[in-house]
Design a protein around this ligand. Sequence first.
Ligand code: PLP
Length: 418
Amino acid sequence: MSDQMLAPENTCRQFDIASVREDFPILRQEVNGHPLVYLDNAATTQKPNAVIDEISNYYRSYNSNVHRGAHHLSDKATSHFEAARERISKFVNSPKASQVIWTRGTTEAVNLVASSWGRANISSGDTILVPELEHHSNIVPWQTLAIEKGAQVKPIPVSDIGEIDLAAFDALLDDSVKLVVVNHVSNALGTINPIKEIIERAHSVDAKVLVDGAQAVAHFEVDVQILDCDFYAFSGHKLYGPTGIGVLWGKESLLEAMPPYHFGGEMIESVSFSGTTFNRLPYKFEAGTPDIAGAIGLAAAVDYLCSFDRALVQKHEQDVLTYAIDLLSDISGLKRVGESSNCTGVFSFVITGTHPSDVGMLLDQQGVAVRTGHHCAQPLMERLALPGTVRASFAMYTSRQDIDKLYEALTKVLQFLV
Ligand code: PLP
């Protein structure tokens, strides 16, 4: 079946899946003698020519260090680097670009908040609430902080279909709760969590909320002001941008009050042996030479994604997910894991009598790239009593034909394994 062609709106580029795929050169290759079917987008997305060219152009024509050079190339690099921050600021509807802190990714953004805000604000007896479906990068920093401070990390239960249990969350909310962390979309299951409700309820007991948006920003629009979250973190490489760059967004009053996290050049105002003063936002959190090409490449990725009507991209991705759910449920012994009706980008499954890693290896032999295992969400796997799952994850360039090929490949895998 062919993918529908979605009509353009306003001045947006038409969302035509064939031409979108043309923008991603890596997709045009064979793996193990088969055309590549790339379904590991929750791990990292592929990069469009627009991003590859922008990064290449930076290195070819204006590579220079930012903020401190007294010459043309440095000025140019600085203005592109800061324009990239402005672009990301608009992308999440931040009131100010100075609330966008460059990090290496979601992991570093969470660690920044844990080390800086956490050390200054979490004390003995405090509670940090963490849903059972979090990625390890949004669990371990809080456990480590809690041990250091004599605080407690308490899990928020998740239902059998992979949804956060809001009644259980309410029961855990008391005056000891100082922080709630939650992913916007589960990387293991694709569940879109009700973060607006979670934020409102957390704020009712004066707790702060950090949202891990690693799996959200590529799939739908995020507005940090509407959400009213305190911190929002994401990674460039899951958003069609380069690896090694990510974002921590924070409320200005919180960021202003937070101590620096890394120390060195760029983050200082003045240094002397009698004492050092720190730079203003966002620079006080950006010690050392930043990933200039990464920031510029990420802005190009956001420009690329936003050159389409995002509602149409989302509609296309939902169509692919629904198609996968319908088609793959035909496979004997296949059980979808995470059956919330509010999901995006992920089809996680197990097949009776098979091990996920065997399924993944046999799919790879047919050119189909998926991820298998615990997906850095071991507490979730424990909760669901599973050793792991096979995860097919989708992006804007995933087509119904990709799902057809997954289906065919799985049928062959089962002939071999069962
Ligand atoms: N949070 C979620 C939900 C993720 O899916 C991931 C990566 O898979 C991360 C955090 C960590 O992202 P990164 O490795 O880019 O820092």
